[in-house]
Design a protein around this ligand. Structure first.
Ligand SMILES: Cc1cc2nc3c(=O)[nH]c(=O)nc-3n(C[C@H](O)[C@H](O)[C@H](O)COP(=O)(O)OP(=O)(O)OC[C@H]3O[C@@H](n4cnc5c(N)ncnc54)[C@H](O)[C@@H]3O)c2cc1C
Length: 307
């Protein structure tokens, strides 16, 4: 395991940002679950990310990109290697204005809600349905985050990705193979930035639509509790939440992890829950759904780390 002296010897002077060793992943995930990562580094700019990735490659050290940690379950054994936390770079700029449309440049670490609010304040239409989704733009691009019929891919023009070999590539949105909560972004690709295209509209109307979606979301999702969003993917044409509810799982508990009574596809951490508890509850719930519907639910959350 790398310590500060070993880290400084290789990386010092090549990046700007904070670094922590044997870092508790509870502090880096919305679920507040997970064992320690050997290193968590939070580079302050894309050049720092690139330098770190190049040096890690030379040392054959594994790394995991992380945004807001709002869609991951980190196992209790923690993470071997380096977590590159892409939250400390978050510039938003208007780069082109045609009168009817606008093109924005945004860095991957920008909180998705900051972007939604930026659009709301300026009367830029297209992202209203993404209101209330936590995490960063980078994380939203990796998983094609969406709700209320709106997905991040709908507003993406292009994305800049840093490859594990240190090369930079710009992809047009249609080259990234976006699907339901999925993209072709590889586990060791790092999304650095994106250009987004939005339609200009009346600011009051954009704000009204955004606010309406947000109040709907608040009434159906436990957004103030510790969760990682939807646990399971919706099977084709069906709602995993409804199936879990109809299988009688609302309120079911394993240790401190509970199936939300507001939205059955959200598991909330009611105390000092562990990844083992969370995984056991997933098993229990998917067993009940299998019994009732004959369908095996697939995880939507990303499960990482050692058991
Ligand atoms: C209360 C709540 C409500 C939610 N509601 C929704 C919803 O309505 N719709 C929805 O789609 N999701 C929802 N989510 C899930 C989650 O917020 C989204 O998936 C979000 O886009 C994840 O972003 P993040 O930055 O937190 O990603 P993380 O959780 O940090 O990472 C998710 C994945 O993306 C990768 N990743 C993150 N950043 C980068 C990067 N810069 N480069 C490369 N890879 C990266 C990670 O390696 C990981 O595999 C919800 C979550 C919560 C807690």
């Amino acid at each position: 395991m790398i310590d500060r002296a070993g880290w400084d010897k290789t990386f010092s002077g090549y990046y700007k940002g904070e670094v922590a060793f044997n870092a508790d992943m509870k502090a880096h995930t919305s679920l507040a679950i997970g064992g320690p990562a050997d290193v968590v580094v939070s580079p302050e700019d894309p050049v720092s990310v690139k330098n770190i990735v190049l040096l890690l490659g030379r040392q054959h050290m594994p790394f995991l990109p992380l945004g807001g940690g709002t869609n991951v379950l980190v196992r209790d054994g923690g993470i071997e290697g380096v977590v590159i936390k892409c939250k400390a770079f978050g510039r938003i700029e208007i780069i082109h204005d045609t009168g009817d449309t606008v093109e924005l440049f945004a860095e991957a670490g920008v909180p998705l809600q900051k972007l939604v609010n930026f659009c709301k304040d300026h009367g830029y239409a297209g992202m209203e349905g993404l209101t209330g989704i936590p995490g960063t733009l980078g994380g939203a691009i990796c998983g094609n985050a969406g709700s209320y019929g709106c997905e991040i891919r709908d507003v993406l023009i292009s994305v800049v990705i840093l490859r594990a070999d240190g090369s930079l590539e710009r992809f047009r949105a249609e080259e990234l193979g976006f699907g339901y909560r999925s993209s072709r972004v590889l586990p060791d690709d790092i999304v650095l930035s994106a250009n987004l295209g939005l339609r200009k509209d009346d600011a009051g109307e954009v704000a009204a639509r955004t606010d309406e979606f947000f109040s709907r979301k608040k009434s159906v999702q436990p957004i103030w509790e510790r969760s990682a969003g939807c646990v399971f993917r919706n099977p084709e044409g069906m709602s995993a939440g409804r199936m879990i509810d109809e299988a009688g799982c609302k309120g079911m508990r394993f240790g401190a992890i509970e199936v939300s009574s507001l939205h059955a596809n959200f598991f909330v951490n009611r105390g000092d829950g562990s990844a083992a508890d969370y995984l056991a509850l997933m098993e229990k719930v998917s067993g009940k759904v299998m019994e009732r519907f004959g369908i095996r639910l697939e995880p939507e959350i990303r499960i990482v780390g050692k058991g």
